[in-house]
Design a protein around this ligand. Structure first.
Ligand code: ATP
Ligand code: MG
Length: 452
């Protein structure tokens, strides 16, 4: 983590210091602040961090950044006065990172950012000292905090970049200045804010704006909205995807019970195993292989890195449930693209028993939300899936869509989660595989727990 004096960092944040102190680490939250850190109070909608200066000092903060127009800081507490503490946090991260030797990989996209970030970190970790975004610290506050947590001797910083509107990825990319940037895919998340898939693709493409000189952009080559933009790009572009027009594509693949095998062809065939399921995860792994190639990681190291991958929880996570039931826990979040990918994964899977999907509302899809749910339902293959359970009023639309292929007795819609859990519990048995997926707000992990 950052270890500097106020003297060192005052020019970085365009601030005026009062007193001096050594700081190690940065925190915006007085509840989790560590001894010796720099407290950065953020003025938010509901809370103003500047109200917690005393608390920050009592909990061990060595100093703080402080908004010029805010109530005075605790007497005698070393501070740097700045115009705006959020901007200062971002400037601090930008300048700190620029002072480090680390090479930077930025990852954005509608789905698969965290998974790809974990894969990239795992393959680079075989050869370099790597640090990555923890959890989902991927926004205008989380990304700077992640950067300020980097050690001086870290060789590779793998950073997730999330967004909810235009301009955000450009800001994050301008802070991180990636040597390599990945756009995993374009889906429908944030359609509500960005209006169209075109709008979403433009927002994701903003990551290219921060690329360093000689940087490389790595994109989903199956997405015309991205390849079209990349065609006229003044920097190197690599693509990944299912077809052989891509720089990285699988020549074959095989779904196993505990993961996925796939093979690529470069100068020779190279085969890999990833301990996660679904063709969407092959795509994520291809992006990671492309990054690893840029930094000259050998194929045998890439193989090891992918094999020992540990993904962040609830993303297509295999859970051995009670009574011989297998659960695919994808309760972390959902959008039409990712729900389709997850359902396809279950369709392709060999199961001894029944195959059941439990699908809930996908939130924040804007005015076409009902259509998205209906279409997701229509695509579910009745020959491969035995039962469709849905939760919530939008979830019900999935069942309505599925009704074109499914008989009524295989479609069960609920508004009450406990009722769903009860019905599901009485239906499942040994050898069954249950996919559980819905938006974060639907808290489907409760369904997973009921089967565990
Ligand atoms: P968030 O925007 O919440 O940070 P994320 O982009 O980091 O999400 P992950 O957490 O990696 O995405 O994955 C979330 C879900 O998206 C997974 O559980 C899986 O269902 C789906 N998913 C992952 N990768 C892809 C992909 N390449 N294409 C489509 N869906 C994917
Ligand atoms: Mg994420």
């Amino acid at each position: 983590m950052i270890k500097r004096t106020l003297q060192d960092i005052a020019p970085w944040v365009n601030g005026e210091k009062l007193g001096n102190a050594e700081i190690s680490g940065v925190s915006t939250d007085t509840r989790t602040i560590r001894e010796g850190s720099l407290f950065v109070p953020i003025a938010g909608e509901h809370f103003n961090g500047h109200d917690f200066g005393e608390k920050a000092r009592d909990n061990g903060a060595a100093a703080a950044l402080w908004g010029k127009n805010q109530p005075a800081p605790p007497a005698g507490f070393p501070v740097i006065y700045v115009e705006d503490t959020l901007q200062a946090l971002q400037d601090l991260a930008r300048n700190y990172l620029a002072s480090l030797p680390a090479r930077v990989i930025g990852i954005t996209g509608s789905n698969g950012k965290t998974t790809t970030k974990d894969m990239v970190a795992s393959v680079l970790g075989t050869t370099y000292k790597v640090q990555k975004t923890e959890g989902n610290y991927n926004n205008h506050i989380g990304l700077p905090l992640t950067i300020l947590g980097l050690e001086e001797d870290t060789e590779m910083a793998v950073l997730e970049m999330g967004m909810s509107g235009r301009g955000e990825i450009e800001l994050l990319s301008s802070i991180a200045r990636p040597h390599a940037a990945v756009i995993t895919n374009i889906g429908e998340s944030h359609l509500q804010d960005l209006g169209s898939r075109e709008g979403i693709s433009e927002a994701k493409f903003e990551i290219a704006a921060g690329l360093r000189e000689n940087g490389t952009l790595i994109i989903d080559g199956e997405e015309p909205l991205l390849t079209k933009k990349a065609a006229s790009a003044p920097f190197r572009v690599l693509t990944f995807g299912t077809s052989d027009t891509n720089d990285y594509y699988p020549v074959r693949s095989e779904q196993k019970k505990d993961g996925t095998n796939f093979t690529i062809y470069k100068e020779a065939e190279e085969s890999f195993f990833i301990p996660v399921l679904g063709s969407h995860n092959i795509n994520n792994a291809l992006a990671a292989i492309a990054v690893a190639g840029l930094f000259e990681v050998s194929y045998s190291s890439i193989r090891k890195g992918l094999e020992r991958l540990q993904v962040t929880g609830m993303r297509t996570e295999l859970v051995e449930g009670r009574d011989g039931v297998t659960v695919i826990n994808d309760a972390y979040n959902a959008s039409p693209t990712s729900m389709r990918a997850a359902v396809k994964l279950l369709q392709d899977l060999q199961a001894d028993g029944k195959k059941i999907v439990v699908l809930a509302d996908m939130l924040e899809l804007g005015e076409k939300e009902e259509t998205f749910h209906m279409e997701t339902g229509k695509d579910i293959e009745a020959a491969e899936i035995d039962y469709v359970f849905t939760l919530g009023s939008l979830g019900r639309k999935i069942a309505e869509g599925a009704a074109v292929n499914f008989s009524e007795n295989r479609l069960l819609s609920f508004d009450d989660k406990q009722a769903l859990i009860k019905e599901l519990g009485s239906l499942v048995g040994r050898g069954d595989v249950v996919l559980v997926k819905g938006s974060r707000g639907m808290k489907l992990e409760e369904v997973v727990q009921s089967l565990a």
